[in-house]
Design a protein around this ligand. Sequence first.
Ligand code: OAK
Length: 836
Amino acid sequence: PRWLPPPETLHLWKEFETPEPAEIKAIQKSFLRHVTKTFARTAFNMDNFGSYQGTAYSLRDRLIDKWNITQQHHTREDPKRVYYLSLEFLLGRSLDSCLLSLGVKDIYKKALDELGFRLEDLIGEEVDAALGNGGLGRLAACYMDSLATLDYPAWGYGIRYNYGIFKQLIVDGYQTEFPDYWLNFGNPWEIERLDVSYEVRFRGYVNKVTEEDGTISYVWEGGEKVVAVAYDVPIPGYGTMNTINIRLWSAKPAREFDFAMFNDGNYEKAVEEQKSAENITSVLYPNDNHMVGKILRLKQQYFFVCATLQDAIRRFKKTNRPWSDFPYQVSIQLNDTHPTLGIPELQRILIDEEGLSWDDAWDIVTKTFSFTNHTVLPEALERWAVPLIQDLLPRHMMIIFDINLFFLQKVEKKFPGDRDRLRRMSIIEEGHPQNVRMAFLAIVGSHTVNGVAALHSNLIKNDIFPDFVEFYEGNKFTNVTNGITPRRWLHQCNPALSDFITQKLGSDSWVKDLEQLKKLKEFADDAAVQKQWMAIKRQNKVRLADYIHSITSIQVSPDSLFDIQVKRIHEYKRQFMNILGVIHRYLRLKKLTPEQRAKEVPRLVVFAGKSAPGYFIAKLVIKLINSVGEVVNNDPEIGDILKVVFIPNYNVSLAEIIIPASDISQHISTAGTEASGTSNMKFVLNGGIILGTVDGANIEIGEEIGEDNIFFFGVKADEVEDIRHLNRYRKIEMDPDLRNVLDAIERGTFGDPKIFEPLVATLTVGGDYYLISKDFASYIEAQADSDEAYKDKVGWAKKSILCTAGMSKFSSDRSINEYAERIWKIKPCTVPATLN
Ligand code: OAK
């Protein structure tokens, strides 16, 4: 039974409910209370880390108050909620963003100053929460920020991995990986919820029960159980009460101990088995855009959707509504196929545990779920072996077979006798073993399927799932172009530019309404604004140059053009083409006289990004970049005219330093391969210019900012297939400039050429799947165009201003409003400052 507070005690709780006022004294009091009582430190035993902890805990108190008020308000209002299910949330650091969201950064700075601490130093003490690989995980984090800021009643659900994405060290030019045990230093931004836990079953058997009236039901029994414990990460909206929650599940051993084993005297084995439960949430799989069919990964997927659905259903049941209301109270978004087991799991709960008929249950399921696809790469589309699912989740496998049967019956009815269509559309792929095509299951079980940029959504419809578009007559498929939060990706990471924009627009309301940036267009030709704009860019370049020097000991000039490519290392993203272009430039520079060389635009080429640990070719690209850097950076004839730097361990907090410092950023994926890209948006928002292919969201960015302000090159998506075909049969000569570059590698200009043979072979014997040779000439031309444009300082400043001014569309606030209105059908629920 629930404990209820005696009414005469309520005022005692209320006293602690509202955040302490943001006064210097109150802040210092709460800071010192945490430093001395929570962390047992004294004035004579302090350092920046201790002071970071004290500050974080003092803010955490404010977050918890806001979170509690939000939850009580939501319970009272009972709005329809959205649940964003994602195996990755790439949050990065929280201190700075919390201070800004709560509007207390300046006053905390003063309070800490008086105590002798510098806020900037404390911010640097925090370790990144790196529970994601790249684009998909960071998108989830941006979306949480927008959901909170726009007052939506939303929850994020995921896994509390003990190990985030690995740390990357560069040893002898090669990537090496180190475990990221990020919880070592505690995590002030989470609240352990021992009171919120659920059991999750694996394996066991399915019992068929025939009732007296002849109806048949199934019960899943036996097997092993683990417990999911909730850890809550409050996400405050910017300048609003609304504080939403990311609930991350951690696996713990089940409460019921195996007494048989215990009694057998097998104590050690019993303890071993308990520990294996905790393995489930131990480590984030480090693959981006690539599926690896490990059983532990499947366990993670089921573990988190099972706990999440129990939690959502418990919340729904509190209001005593009929099941038919469920889809009107609950919307569940699947962030790629990783949480797709939620579909058969909800169906199982409804028919096996709640006693609904198959059809009633399926109607609820398909009205509840929606699915976002984040990639068209075939190697990333999830397929799980049927025997694997059968073993781990026997009842779910039965349900998936039934879902498929009923679905194919409908297909057969619509397209009678079309055997090949049934084979193509089956959720079960035939073979040895059979496989479950998770994307098909997600499509069939969802009411809406979306891609993440206009081109990508069209490719999904026309190339990836055309049979499904035809079957559903186009009704399920839509586009929601990705967005980024302007809070972190301009206001926080580029304070100088943020202040300047606020000054020019006369208000800071653009931070929550990015449409306002359009007004910057008026200033594009204003010489004084241009001058200040470029001065701020230079400051940011100095900051990055200092960072590069501190990490790599390489001196770079802030007066060179900063040309940056930072993202996961992947063949389709073509960092290889970038470094080949660098070699081309180097060879050209070497042929010039010193006088000619002095007229060249000095250029710093920056790379950063992690490769999946098992991705051999991507790792060779990293080695080649470092080998080229070694030669170029130490060539006295070249000096500052060309520098090449690989910054190790790319992560969110490093991105916050790198992005504001770019003149040019490269987004050069083979056309049709990058679903959207989101870093492209971050760079342009900060006044950087894209050099890129006609791919993903680059296209829409070009439409918004104007084609004069972006360097496009390369073939279009619809040309790729034919060129690949010709490449396969070597019908196209290799680009002569590229041949020249490969010759230099093969001559040993950049060290032992044997090392790079497998990499070079991807272009020669490998058929150049990503069309580097085809695009090379136009890539080099675009680079030359950018050199020319950079010489015109006024013209460049204008481009840079127009870039920022044209980025309104790419706020994640716009994306989230689209999801809310068109897909989730949820409304904002404004939380009052206090509850009465
Ligand atoms: C990761 C794992 C599996 C499937 C896709 C991904 C992924 O990160 N995809 C990326 O998602 C981003 C957010 O939508 C897009 O911007 C990137 O283009 C896409 O590669």
